[in-house]
Design a protein around this ligand. Structure first.
Ligand SMILES: NC(=O)CC[C@H](N)C(=O)O
Length: 229
């Protein structure tokens, strides 16, 4: 399996994502610059956290127009796995690959600490190794993680089981305690907490590890099924 870690000017969690794949899975992983125009070689695209384009205008507002984002949309359309973490989640909402928006934290402060999450949907390719309702500890580090969408969208998210993670103690004012969501098909996930910073007990938690092992298992299942046919 081949992973791409996108790099925008101002990304700062790209190395963490790269190391998480390398250390947790030992699978092939490459950095891909924001100007790239071909992602066909990759099975999973990781859109990392940071301050892409300096967060100017609004987090992710400029990044959505980066050349590589046309390719991310194509990959999502093809059913490939796309995971946006923190700034990556903001970019995916700005690019309309996920519904809603991330507003300034209600406290108007940058929050950086562990959070308790509930795995609400363990049916996605990113969460299948978690038990339904499993409680996990994953850190956050953001100033604009306050998830918002209109009532109709929230109803849709609930009806389609698109809410993937909810906070135990809401750190930012997010609607319905939402920490992460997926698209209707489930192959695109965005989340504010950082699973790549929780892949070893030495980091304070290894609870993020199952996100990476889930992706590989989902891909292997899909791949094996394709080979059998
Ligand atoms: N860690 C991050 O990705 C931060 C995202 C964004 N810059 C924010 O402050 O909300």
């Amino acid at each position: 399996m081949k992973f791409a870690v996108l790099v925008f000017p101002g990304s700062n969690c790209d190395i963490d994502c790269f190391k998480a794949v390398e250390d947790t899975l030992g699978e092939s992983v490459e950095y891909v610059w924001h100007t790239a125009t071909d992602l066909s070689a990759y099975d999973c695209i990781l859109v990392p956290g940071g301050f892409s384009y300096g967060d100017y205008l609004r987090c992710g507002a400029i990044s959505q127009f980066a050349p590589v984002m046309t390719e991310v949309a194509k990959a999502a359309e093809q059913g490939k796995y796309v995971l946006g973490i923190c700034n990556g989640f903001q970019i995916l909402t700005e690019a309309r690959l996920l519904p809603g928006a991330l507003l300034r934290n209600e406290s108007m402060k940058f929050r950086c600490h562990d959070t308790l999450l509930t795995v609400v949907n363990n049916q996605t390719p990113f969460t299948r190794d978690y038990a339904d309702g499993e409680e996990i500890t994953i850190p956050i580090a953001h100033g604009e993680g306050n998830y918002y969408c209109d009532d109709a969208t929230l109803e849709q998210l609930k009806a389609n089981n698109q809410i993937v993670f909810q906070y135990g103690h809401n750190p930012n004012g997010s609607l319905h305690d939402i920490a992460g969501i997926c698209n209707e098909r489930g192959n695109v996930v965005g989340m504010m907490p950082h699973p790549e910073r929780a892949v070893d007990e030495l980091l304070g938690s290894a609870d993020g590890k199952k996100m990476f092992t889930s992706i590989l298992k989902a891909w292997r299942d899909q791949h094996d099924a394709a080979n059998i046919r």
